[in-house]
Design a protein around this ligand. Sequence first.
Ligand code: BES
Ligand code: ZN
Ligand code: ZN
Length: 485
Amino acid sequence: MDITLSADRRSDVQVYPIYKDEHFMYPIRDADQKPGHAIWFRSRSDEECNILAVSLGKRSEMKLDTVRRAGGLSARQIQKEGLAKAYLARKAEQGYCSSDSVTPSEWLHSWLEGWLLGLYSFHKYRTSSLKSVKIELVIHPEEWPELTETVLLDIINTAKIRAAGTMFAKDLVNETPDYLHPGRMVEWVKERFKDTPVKTKVYKNEELVERQMNGLLRVGAGSVYPPALIELRYEGDNSLPLISLVGKGITFDMGGMNIKSGKNLSDARMDLGGAAAVVGAMDILVSLRAKVNVVALVAVAENVPDAYAMLPSSVVSFPNGLTVQVANTDAEGRLVLADALLHAAGLGAEEAIDMATLTGNIGQALGLGIAGIWGDAAMTESLVSIGERNGERLWPMPLMEEYESELHSDYADLCNIGSSSLAGAITAALFIRRFVTKSMKWAHIDMAGTVQYKRDVGYSAAGATGYGARLLADYVLSRHGSNIT
Ligand code: BES
Ligand code: ZN
Ligand code: ZN
């Protein structure tokens, strides 16, 4: 998957980004000028080269994610054809790769990010696949006169780092639970950050008991693999206020004693989407050696029924003194997040963002293309705008005070499910808020809808999207005064 700078245009295919109603060397039908369309012009002789024209729609309407999606689509088309070398053709004189709102640097960065992510596939368990196909992408530096060679190399490097973090998140989410159980999740994350400036701590067994992290302990009680809280500390600049990224890492959500039923429960392996995003974001920040101060907290457990599993109606007590009636063991995410958020405050975090595949209800509310966000207004505004640039979209949701009473319990301080069948994503957010210390600014993201695509979309092959890794990394960068790309 190499990206090289070279003046040698010889390749198996030349990729041309094209815009609606702008001149191209071949005529393109109106219908094919919409974003998401790619048209092949096959070579008929050895002297000619294959051409792939990829539509970006109207230049004036171009967004970064249009470019990213076009990059991903091209990569996948070329991968399917089994071609080894592609050349990204730019007609500088026609200003092909920019617009009034997108600079050439942003354009190229987005394209490369999309290109690299587009080539991702989870093929570990397939006996025949595209896995052996490696594609080299060539960029001709003279065609990018606005960007020096150093800048070009920097763009390539950053795109690779961001794609790698996102693909790590995808791998975690796509993996199957027999392999990726809590023990292996811990090992995998430790392995990823060994020999980096990240300090890794893992709280398990007695350490969780000592800290009264009963949410994690009780949710994980049915599993043969003990639950854990992974703490990843990266002090790129510890004079900055500490930001905490908190992820739900349920390696398999069988519902616990409230066992899930259904014909196909394969999606229950993706209940660590929040954890994957958090870990992916850390990977990006550390690889960039960013000057930030951040701690990732990953709450890892397997939610399965068993003789030792937590029974519905049990009461769990938390380190902040609150007791919770667990009316439904399938509402487990909020219990493990409660422990992790309290731990974040204990570490002195000034801000925390928790990310979780928390409720089916968020998909009902917003569909599968956009996640819901609750909490601090300024954090929300910033995350929403980063999400728009990144194609990791977010929609602000309300913390409805009058629904708080739905969390009433007859015999504990609160109940882990709302009494109404409506607005489950909102009551879940209200529940989590009870475990957020006042000194800490907080935002909560429910990404149960965006964790996967059922079909190929843009730069995401069907399966895990890696949603959130770039979003969280960019948020931390922007809060700590670094440029986001
Ligand atoms: N992990 C699920 C939420 C989920 C559902 C994620 C579908 C992805 C796809 C969560 O732990 C859960 O089971 N939530 C329940 C809560 C209910 C029992 C209050 C839900 O959403 O149905
Ligand atoms: Zn559940
Ligand atoms: Zn869950």
